[in-house]
Design a protein around this ligand. Sequence first.
Ligand code: ZN
Length: 164
Amino acid sequence: MQVPRFVVDTMLGRLAHWLRAMGYDTLDLGPADDDRLLRLSLAEDRILLTRDGKLARLAGPRGCLIRADRVEHQLEETVGKLALAVGDGDWLSRCLECNARLEPREKETVRQAVPERVFGAQTEFMGCPGCGKIYWLGSHADRILARLAGLLGGERKRSTPCRS
Ligand SMILES: [Zn+2]
């Protein structure tokens, strides 16, 4: 099965971070009008996650209405509605900020980019070719993943219809 890709509406920017932490290709256009979101969803075959029922309907089979208010619950809702396979995703493979795929970085090359205490303690680093951000175990992304694991319990959820 093809791994789903996403685009979020402007209300769901934080949800985009969490989906990226799970490894999903997730675009966040910032403030964008509905037409642009719909065109992108169709052109790139991306599921459109939105808080707007009308927009979800317009997106047809690619529309997914998210009702929850808190980002943790939005993530649970997304995972449940789309039956995302929790636990076998490519966790921590994407930049949380810009969605680019992370690449391994030689330790010596990140000396200037990370706090001294981190540089001393860590041996493995990942870097973002898009925005230059450096990640390591114990960084913000890693803490998000720990929370994700707790939230989602590692089990596969049953799928429920997207527009329910
Ligand atoms: Zn980045």
